[in-house]
Ligand binder design. Structure first.
Ligand SMILES: [Mg+2]
Length: 384
């Protein structure tokens, strides 16, 4: 079975409220959706979000990479739809490696690869009426999401924290590493009370020296973890913060590839991996990184990119549900952040941050093509 058409959609979906952290300020989702179609009209959809300060991919470069590298590899392959679709994913990965496209500053083409991987999985599973849960058996029936608070003013941050707690969510991650960290955390702690679990993400804003000093200053707010306190490449700095701050350290921007995971693990640079599917290059690569975490006794968080649509929300749900060891899960904000989502189903978490495993065929969500057309600012259609 060969693929006949590949469509690439560059979306712009306005947020219901802006989202800020130390590296970026966003008003809209810039998700890229890939749609694969075979000769019988069976379609599969995938998604990736390019983050230049994480994988080095910009949105335009990501789309170009799919268009010129991954799409030709997909058109070349003749798929046996009864095979394990994860094996095809590896074949595409092998082809990609053989024709490596280098660009200065790109760590890995993971957002591009993720969009294609998810589309391929979705298409293959739909082609044979299978669900992703057949390949990634869930270890639980529900996934429990944390709330995430952007680097807002203390008043706005406290207001959002109150809404999360009222909604039964008692694990919150707060963006810090900007002006006013202390006032923001104080305002949040005041409204959520002593029992709510607060962790923080500095998005690489500090040097190790600054991180240790700032975390000591923030000690009254009882943070249970600090994510990416120092720049992505500063592994010695991660080790120092872990050693000197007394707060568990999570690697996020430092963790893009399997080699990064191994290096972080061997150097004992962190206590937790933040595994984000788009950042890590798809579900198969994320599972590889989870296996390294398991081997080295490192905790796992299944994270998300800000602005993920239903497709990556679904993929994250499957991954998080399948990992018994997962400590925290983020994402699945759906229309709590997006003005509109692109699926007929609503994958957003409910009360308490809870959301069920998605047992439907493919990735478990049904894309609304009209929403894709409505929010696409660029569409590329490639025919075999
Ligand atoms: Mg992070």
């Amino acid at each position: 079975m060969r693929l006949m058409t590949i469509a690439i959609y560059r979306l712009c979906i306005p947020f219901t409220r802006p989202f800020r952290h130390a590296r970026c300020h966003r008003h809209a989702s810039d998700a890229v959706i890939v749609r694969l179609e075979d000769r019988d009209g069976v379609r599969g959809y995938g998604e990736g979000l390019a983050r230049p300060y994480v994988t080095g991919e910009g949105v335009s470069a990501m789309i170009r990479f799919i268009n010129t590298r991954l799409a030709p590899a997909l058109f070349e392959l003749d798929f046996d739809v009864h095979d394990d679709p994860f094996e095809w994913v590896q074949q595409i990965g092998a082809k990609r490696a053989a024709g490596r496209c280098t660009q200065t500053g790109v760590v890995a083409w993971h957002a591009a690869h993720c969009a294609v991987e998810l589309a391929l999985l979705d298409w293959a599973l739909r082609r044979t009426d299978r669900a992703l849960t057949d390949y990634l058996p869930p270890a639980r029936t529900h996934v429990t999401y944390s709330g995430v608070i952007s680097a807002d003013s203390p008043e706005d941050a406290a207001s959002l924290a109150r809404r999360f707690v009222t909604f039964g969510i008692t694990r919150l991650k707060v963006k810090i590493g900007t002006e006013g960290d202390e006032a923001r955390l104080q305002a949040i702690r005041n409204v959520v009370g002593p029992s709510c679990e607060l962790r923080a993400d500095a998005n690489g804003a500090w040097t190790a020296e600054q991180a240790v000093r700032q975390l000591a200053r923030l000690e009254p707010y009882r943070l249970t973890g600090i994510e990416q306190p120092v720049a992505a490449g500063d592994i010695a700095g991660m080790c120092r913060v872990k050693r000197e701050s007394g707060i568990p350290v999570a690697a996020d921007e430092s963790l893009v590839t399997r080699d990064h995971a191994l290096n972080l693990a061997r150097r004992q640079a962190c206590d937790l991996f933040n595994i984000r599917i788009s950042k890590c290059g798809g579900i198969a690569r994320s599972l590889d990184i989870a296996a390294i975490a398991r081997t080295y006794g490192i905790g796992m968080q299944v994270g998300a990119q800000v602005g993920e649509t239903a497709l990556l929300s679904a993929a994250g749900r499957h991954l998080a549900a399948s990992l018994p060891e997962v400590a925290y899960v983020e994402g699945s904000f759906g229309t709590r952040l997006l003005s509109e989502d692109i699926a007929e189903d609503n994958p957003a978490f409910g009360f308490g941050g809870e959301a069920p495993v998605l047992p439907g065929i493919g990735l478990g969500v049904t894309v609304d093509e009209r929403a894709l057309d409505r929010f696409a600012v660029q569409t590329i259609v490639l025919n075999r």
